[in-house]
Write a protein that binds this ligand. Structure first.
Ligand code: SF4
Length: 327
C-alpha cells in the first residue's frame, strides 16, 4: 500500500524505506524506469554500472565487470537511484550519518574481485593474512589455504611470514557452500566430497591452514583430520574472522547460537574440539584495521553480539534509533 497512486514513485519508495527495518538492497522496475535503493546503514552492497548503451545494477561490482560493463559507483546508504533512457538521478532520503557495512562480506561472502564501497575484497583478505601472522606467529613448513575464500588470506600470511604457500587442499568446484546447507547430514557429506588434501604437499610437514572463518567447526574438524590422514606432522589453523558467537539477523542465513563452535569456549577448547595443534583467530581491532573503515561504520553483530539495529532480545551497539533514519 506504500505504492499507492496518491504518491510519486520516489515518495512511495521513501515511505517503504522508512518502514523497513533491517538490511536490503532493492532494484525495482516501474514502467520505463529502474529504481535502486539501499538501506540507510548500507549493510549490504549495491552498485551501478554501464554496459553497451545501457545501465546495470548489481550487488557485487564483479558481476558488472563479468558482463563486460564498467562500474560507475556504489549506491549510497539511504539513497534512491533512478535510471531511465536519458539520465541517472539521485535522491538521498536518509539524514543519518550512521553506517554498518557487513564485515562478513569482506571476510567471506563477496567474491575476491568485488569492490565494496571502494574497497577491494581481495586486498582486505591479504591484509587479514598478514595481520594474522603479526598477531599469532608460529613455526611451520607450509601455508595451505582452505579454498576458495581462504586463498588471499593464506597468501598474505605466507608473504608476511616467508613460509611457503602451497595449494595443499583441492576443492571440488561443483558443490555448494557447506554452512548454508540446511540438513546436517547433507553438510557432512558435502565437506567430505568438497576438499581433498594433496599428500605430497602436507606429508611430514607442519601445516598452517588458513581459513576465512569458522562457524560450526565441523568443516575445520573434518579438514584437520583429512590433512592428518594425509601425513601432516602438525596441523595449525589461523582464522581470518574473529570467533562467530551470535547469529546474523540481517540477511545471512546462519545457524543458531547453540550450533556455533565458539560461544562459551576458550581458544584451547576450540583447538581440542577441532583436533588441531593450535587455532588462532584475528582480533576484532585487527580485522577492522584490515578492512580500512572505522569500527563505528561496520556491522560486527555476529562477532560482538551488538547489532546496529534494535533486534528483540539482542543488544544494540549504542548508536542510531530508527527515528533518526527518517527524513
Ligand atoms: S551480523 Fe555479521 S553477517 Fe550479519 S550483517 Fe552483521 S556482520 Fe554481516
Amino acid at each position: 500500500n506504500k505504492l499507492s497512486k496518491k504518491h510519486s514513485i520516489i515518495k512511495s519508495i521513501q515511505l517503504t524505506m522508512e518502514s523497513l527495518v533491517g538490511s536490503y538492497s532493492i532494484v525495482l522496475l516501474h514502467q520505463d524506469e529502474l529504481y535502486a535503493f539501499r538501506d540507510p546503514l548500507g549493510i549490504k552492497p549495491l552498485c551501478i554500472g554501464e554496459i553497451s548503451d545501457g545501465n546495470v545494477v548489481a550487488s557485487e561490482s564483479s558481476a558488472i565487470e563479468i558482463m563486460g560493463g564498467r562500474v560507475i559507483r556504489d549506491v549510497e546508504p539511504g539513497e534512491i537511484v533512478t535510471i531511465n533512457d536519458e539520465k541517472i538521478l539521485s535522491h538521498i532520503v536518509s539524514n543519518s550519518e550512521d553506517r554498518a557495512f557487513c564485515m562478513f562480506e569482506y571476510v567471506y561472502f563477496a567474491r575476491p574481485d568485488a569492490k565494496i564501497d571502494g574497497i577491494l575484497t581481495y586486498s582486505v583478505r591479504q591484509r587479514i593474512g598478514s595481520e594474522l601472522w603479526k598477531e599469532s606467529p608460529l613455526e611451520g613448513d607450509v601455508v595451505v589455504p582452505v579454498p576458495d575464500s581462504g586463498i588471499a588470506c593464506a597468501l598474505g600470511f605466507s608473504e608476511a611470514s616467508n613460509i611457503p604457500y602451497r595449494e595443499g587442499l583441492i576443492k571440488n568446484r561443483y558443490l555448494h557452500r557447506s554452512f548454508i546447507q540446511p540438513v546436517n547430514e547433507q553438510r557432512k557429506a558435502t565437506i567430505n566430497e568438497k576438499l581433498n588434501p594433496i599428500k605430497e604437499i602436507v606429508e611430514g610437514k607442519r601445516v598452517i591452514l588458513v581459513d576465512d572463518s569458522i562457524v560450526r567447526g565441523n568443516t575445520s574438524k573434518r579438514i584437520v583430520s583429512r590433512v592428518r590422514e594425509a601425513g601432516a606432522k602438525e596441523v595449525h589453523i589461523r582464522v581470518g574472522c574473529p570467533p562467530i558467537i551470535s547469529p546474523c539477523f540481517l540477511g545471512i542465513d546462519m545457524p543458531s547460537r547453540e550450533e556455533f563452535v565458539a560461544p562459551n569456549r576458550t581458544t584451547e577448547e576450540i583447538t581440542k574440539e577441532i583436533g588441531a595443534d593450535s587455532v588462532e583467530y584475528i582480533s576484532i581491532p585487527g580485522l577492522v584495521k584490515c578492512i580500512g573503515k572505522e569500527e563505528k561504520d561496520l556491522c560486527l553483530g555476529c562477532i560482538t553480539e551488538k547489532y546496529p539495529l534494535q533486534i528483540d532480545g539482542e543488544k544494540l551497539r549504542g548508536q542510531a534509533t530508527l527515528e533518526e533514519f527518517k527524513v
